[in-house]
Write a new protein. Structure first.
Length: 202
């Protein structure tokens, strides 16, 4: 079986850019800095998601070649609980990285971030692809409900001060850590993504 890790920045790029492409900007009502402990999006990580079960077609990676979506098993009603569970699971992973008592390293921060959001990536890639290619009223209603949640989810990650501090340490010392060229670019990309999202703003 193919084993792969999702990229946090890849899925966040999807959830942020798609509403903009549709001509509507969805942002959370509270974009202030937080530690990842008190925002509505972060609090959601502690609660179960209505309608989510292990029978959801997104609960496990597809068995098809290259993990192609199993569209014969996917229904419109599967997307919303999978997106919500994906965000909940992702925030739990993010909070764990931010709260790591060990000094930040490339592996326990950047690599750890790369390995988060597997479920959210899996469902978001399919959902937004279908919305663009074969939308209907049901999918549009899901998009209208989920887009603000996804924007708040991105804010909860990029405005997490503890997480950004760890990323910044790696970035500031990137020339002294013995990183490969690819690792250095990855550290720079994460840092710039946080900065562009407003992490340095007071």
């Amino acid at each position: 079986m193919i084993k792969h890790y999702s990229s946090l920045t890849a899925v966040l790029a999807i959830v942020i850019s798609f509403p903009l492409m549709m001509g509507t900007i969805f942002r959370s009502s509270d974009s202030s800095h937080n530690s990842g402990d008190s925002s509505p999006a972060s609090s959601a990580a502690e609660h179960s998601v209505p309608g989510w079960t292990n029978e959801n077609p997104f609960a496990h990676p597809s068995s098809l070649l290259y993990q192609a979506p199993e569209f014969d098993k996917i229904h419109d009603c599967d997307y919303q609980p999978a997106l919500d569970e994906g965000m909940r699971e992702n925030l739990r992973e993010i909070d764990s990285i931010a709260a790591d008592p060990n000094p930040p390293t490339f592996d326990n921060t950047i690599v750890a971030l790369e390995r988060t959001g597997e479920l959210l990536t899996r469902v978001a890639q399919v959902f937004f692809g279908v919305v663009q290619a074969n939308t209907d009223d049901s999918l549009q209603n899901i998009l209208a409900e989920e887009a603000p949640k996804l924007a708040a989810h991105a804010d909860a990650i990029y405005m997490n001060d503890k997480l950004f501090e760890r990323v910044k340490v790696i970035y500031d010392h990137r020339d002294d850590l013995g990183l490969t060229p690819v690792q250095k670019v990855l550290a720079e990309r994460y840092y710039m993504d946080f900065v562009r999202a407003g992490a340095l703003l007071s």
